[in-house]
Design a protein around this ligand. Structure first.
Ligand code: PMP
Length: 378
């Protein structure tokens, strides 16, 4: 089986799974317990936080363990909006965001917040001139992803944070889910960052919210006050220790990984030139772990099934939204025409993707191309 759907989820690294199992067996204690085993568990939890701080070159930021980026995004966006409500009502976002951001935006809108969508360029990036024009004293929250999960394009986070420096009231949230391990995570002038472990060979159900200031959010989960009062509930120590390991592995392998991913990405781009009709949608400077391509005239679902039949797993748009029969908004925002959108698939790679996999993919591509060639609009 060839797995080219790593933007949806990745295979866990054995070392990460081992730490999860080991801590489950030997340190199943509750860090909140008053006895000596509780204190040891608490120490281990703080060691995991310290290791993450070191891996990501963080200073005084608060690290909150969550169940994944959906929770981190909800916590940051609702928490910041509620906290800042007395100072303004405007929130800036874009159609590029993941549903775990966009659906929160829609919810906040029903609660009286004013949403503004920033324009997107043809390369799928935030239009910085338009972004600047939307800024005013009513803006309290801006949210943007670092790397897009459908096309892989990289957003101008640094430029946005520089523009925001004139608006110190604004909470700037970054969804860095598709960036960790492939792009540097830089906290400078950012108020919060969301991360999900299973996107970089960690476990499912583990994530982080990194916060510049622990008091910046109104808690949306009430309870025993764990995780600085922001994420009540018994701490999942085995998961937290395993996540620290997954982050360390991802960050320490970043250079090698990027080089490998670029090789895979370029090889596929080059090979595709031999197939008239196939279009590459991802910009050349996108993150190399994502390659979005179109077979105009053919449906994405048909392609996914055709590749599946030959044991190659690819995705239509994102696994989260591919079941909804709506033209993908990310591709629409990039002015990609509708037959290209309908015929688009996403190939995504990780540290396990080898050149042997790429060669096997070429064999299957050749077969699938012949199967759908009649439908292709060349
Ligand atoms: N943001 C982005 C950009 C994503 O790709 C995903 C996962 N598809 C999420 C947020 C949500 O992460 P999770 O499903 O782990 O909560």
């Amino acid at each position: 089986m060839l797995y080219f759907d790593n933007a949806a989820t990745t295979r866990v690294q054995p070392e990460v799974l081992n730490s999860f199992m080991k801590v489950n067996q030997t340190f199943f204690y509750n860090p909140n317990s008053p006895h000596v085993k509780g204190s040891e568990a608490q120490r281990l939890l703080e060691e995991a936080r310290a290791q993450i701080r070191q891996s990501l070159h963080l200073n005084e930021e608060t690290i909150i363990f969550t169940s994944g980026a959906t929770e981190s995004n909800n916590m940051a966006l609702k928490g910041a909006a509620y906290q800042k409500k007395p100072f303004g009502k405007t929130i800036i976002t874009s159609v590029l965001e993941h549903p775990s951001v966009l659906e929160v935006m829609r919810q906040l809108e029903t609660e009286g917040f004013k949403l503004k969508f920033v324009n997107v360029t043809d390369k799928g990036q935030i239009d910085l001139t338009h972004f600047e024009s939307l800024l005013n004293s009513d803006v309290i929250l801006v949210t943007c992803m670092q790397v897009n999960n459908i096309m892989g394009q990289i957003q101008p986070i640094r430029e946005m944070s520089q523009l925001l420096s004139a608006y110190p009231k604004v909470h700037f949230h970054v969804d860095a889910v598709q960036a960790l391990g492939k792009q540097p995570i830089v906290m400078q002038d950012i108020d919060s960052i969301a991360i999900s472990g299973h996107k970089f060979n960690g476990l499912k159900g583990q994530g982080l919210l990194i916060l510049k200031n622990a008091h910046a959010l109104t808690p949306i989960i009430q309870g025993g006050g764990q995780e600085f009062g922001l994420r009540s509930g018994t701490v999942n120590l085995p998961s937290d220790v395993a996540l620290a390991k997954a982050i360390r592995l991802a960050v320490s392998h970043q250079h090698v990984l990027i080089k490998g991913l670029k090789g895979v990405n370029m090889a596929i781009r080059n090979q595709l030139q031999q197939y008239p009709g196939i279009v590459v949608n991802s910009p050349e400077d996108a993150s190399p772990h994502i390659l979005n391509i179109s077979f105009p005239g053919v449906r994405g679902e048909v392609l996914v099934n055709a590749f599946s039949k030959h044991d190659v797993m690819v995705s239509t748009t994102s696994a989260c939204s591919s079941k909804h029969a709506k033209l993908n908004e990310v591709l629409s925002a990039m002015n990609i025409d509708s037959s290209n959108i309908l015929g688009s698939i996403r190939l995504s790679f990780d540290r396990h993707t080898s050149m042997d996999d790429v060669n096997r993919f070429f064999e299957v591509l050749d077969i699938v191309y012949k199967e759908v060639e009649e439908l292709l609009r060349k």
